[in-house]
Design a protein around this ligand. Structure first.
Ligand code: AMP
Length: 216
C-alpha cells in the first residue's frame, strides 16, 4: 500500500514549505497543484493562460481542469510509493475526485494533517514570502531569510514575490479558503483521517509534529 497524504490548511500556513521538507525526509513525491499551475503559466500553455486569469484574482481554477491536471501527475512513476498532496483537494468535488482517482490506483488516503494558524500570522507570512523562480523553494524576509538577499539558497536562482501574495489578493484567497475549502476539514474529520497540527511554530517543530503524526 502506498502512502498518500493531503496537507490541508489556509493559504500561508506553510503547506508548501512543509510538503517539501516531508518529501525530502520520507522519499514521497511532492504534488503541488499551485506549482503545477505556475509551471503551466511559465510555459504559456493553454491551461496556463486560463489558470492565470483565476489565480491572479485569488480565485480557484475550475474543478475539472484542476482534477485532470492532478490526475495526470499522480499517475507518474515517482508517485508509485505515494505522494504528499499540497493545495489539492480544495473543494468537495475535488475531494470526491481524489478518492476516486486513488481508488482507480487501488490506493486510499493515509492521513490528512490540517495545519492551523491565526489569520494575522497567515497575512504576515504571505506578505513576506519570496519564491524561487526555478523550483518554487520558499523563503521569508523575517522567518526564513535566504543567506543572500534575492537568491535561492538551494539552487542559486532568482527569488520573486508571487502576484497573488499582494495584500488585496491574499484577503480574497483567505475568504475563498473559508468558503470553498474549509468544509473539507469536517469531511476528513468524519472519515477519521484528520489530525490537527499547529502551524504557528518554528518550521522544524511543525515538520516534527507532522512526522510524528505519520509514524503513528
Ligand atoms: P497555491 O500555490 O497552492 O497557493 O495555489 C495558488 C493558486 O493556484 C490558488 O490561489 C488557486 O488560484 C490555484 N489553485 C491551486 N490549487 C488549486 C486547486 N486545488 N483548485 C483550484 N485552484 C487551485
Amino acid at each position: 500500500m502506498a502512502t498518500f497524504i493531503v496537507l490541508l490548511g489556509p493559504p500561508g500556513v506553510g503547506k508548501g514549505t512543509q510538503a517539501k521538507r516531508l518529501a525530502k525526509q520520507t522519499g514521497l513525491a511532492h504534488v503541488s497543484s499551485g506549482d503545477l499551475f505556475r509551471k503551466h503559466i511559465k510555459d504559456k500553455t493553454d491551461l496556463g493562460v486560463l489558470a492565470k486569469s483565476y489565480i491572479s484574482k485569488g480565485e480557484l481554477v475550475p474543478d475539472d481542469l484542476t482534477i485532470a491536471m492532478v490526475k495526470e501527475r499522480i499517475t507518474c512513476p515517482d508517485c508509485e510509493t505515494g505522494a504528499i498532496l499540497d493545495g489539492f483537494p480544495r473543494t468537495p468535488v475535488q475531494a470526491e475526485a481524489t478518492t476516486a482517482m486513488l481508488g482507480e490506483l487501488g490506493e486510499e488516503l493515509t492521513l490528512v494533517p490540517y495545519i492551523i494558524a491565526p489569520e494575522k500570522v497567515l497575512i504576515e507570512r504571505l506578505s513576506g514570502r519570496w519564491t524561487c523562480r526555478a523550483s518554487g523553494h520558499i523563503f521569508h524576509t523575517k522567518f526564513n531569510p535566504p543567506a543572500k538577499e534575492g537568491i535561492c539558497d538551494v539552487d542559486g536562482s532568482e527569488l520573486y514575490q508571487r502576484d497573488d501574495d499582494k495584500p488585496e489578493t491574499v484577503k480574497k484567497r483567505i475568504q475563498v479558503y473559508l468558503k470553498q475549502t474549509s468544509p473539507l476539514v469536517e469531511h476528513y474529520r468524519e472519515e477519521g483521517l484528520l489530525i490537527e497540527v499547529r502551524g504557528d511554530q518554528e518550521i522544524e517543530e511543525v515538520t516534527k509534529d507532522l512526522l510524528d503524526a505519520l509514524k503513528k
